[in-house]
Ligand binder design. Structure first.
Ligand code: FPP
Length: 226
């Protein structure tokens, strides 16, 4: 059983195009997938789920799409956080918060505060997140703290990441058939297994999530050994 599953939710735009809808409708359909997925993850016994919602590179999308994604995050926070709280999810956010709209920052803080004592499932949402940015931020904070070069090893470095409490990623799921990592959790995926599916994110089902878990369970993880 993977303890930590990280998900790259890709293909919303292509799903919308295939349905003759605007891209924003694809993102909206992508949100609808979340509740059943989180429910399945919690039931199966996954401890941590990390979702890639918005990358540091996504600011390069047209302003209208960025604005509608930010509105959607806010709307989703308002509509879903209470429900997720009742289901025992602990919500945390990864990324550079100061660049996000103030209202989104407020919603993030509220969600974290409301759900902080829950323990059924940890849900991390990567928002304005970049794997390289995370590594750079860790290095900066180590320098600010005055660490000497000889004090820095892998354990120290990992303790400066955005969420040092989280176990390493066991399984990365990527939808829409792309075989790339797109700057997601670069440090944490060192020994992760990959599951790539052609399914577009709005069509991703709890059944397919279970198939990914079964696929993981059949793999032999050697971590450099034999
Ligand atoms: C990738 O599809 C998806 C995104 C950049 C946004 C992901 C966001 C959501 C699923 C909704 C919100 C999530 C939360 C946690 C509130 P794409 O637009 O790159 O699709 P394409 O490659 O087909 O164009």
């Amino acid at each position: 059983m993977p303890r930590h599953v990280a998900v790259i939710m890709d293909g919303n735009g292509r799903w919308a195009k295939a349905h003759w809808l605007p891209r924003t409708a694809g993102h909206r359909a992508g949100v609808a997938v979340l509740t059943p997925l989180l429910e399945a993850a919690g039931e199966i016994g996954v401890e941590v789920l990390t979702l890639y919602a918005f990358s540091t590179e996504n600011w390069g999308r047209p302003e209208t799409e960025v604005d509608s994604l930010m509105s959607l995050f806010l709307e989703t926070a308002k509509g879903k956080v209470t429900e997720l709280n009742e289901r025992g999810a602990r919500l945390r956010f990864l990324g550079r918060r100061t660049h996000l709209p103030v209202a989104v920052q407020g919603a993030i803080e509220e969600a974290e505060k409301l759900t902080k004592d829950n323990s059924h499932l940890d849900v991390y949402v990567a928002l304005n997140y970049g794997g390289r940015a995370e590594i750079v931020d860790a290095a900066r904070r180590m320098m600010q703290d005055g660490l000497k070069p000889e004090e820095i090893d892998e354990t120290t470095f990992a303790s400066y990441l955005y969420a040092p409490e989280v176990p390493e990623v066991d399984l990365v799921i990527r939808t829409s058939g792309e075989f790339r990592i797109s700057n997601f959790l670069l440090w944490q995926i060192a020994y992760a297994e990959f599951y790539v599916t052609e399914t577009l994110w709005p069509d991703f089902s709890p059944e397919e999530f279970c198939r990914a878990i079964v696929s993981f369970a059949t793999r032999s993880r050697r971590r450099g050994g034999i």
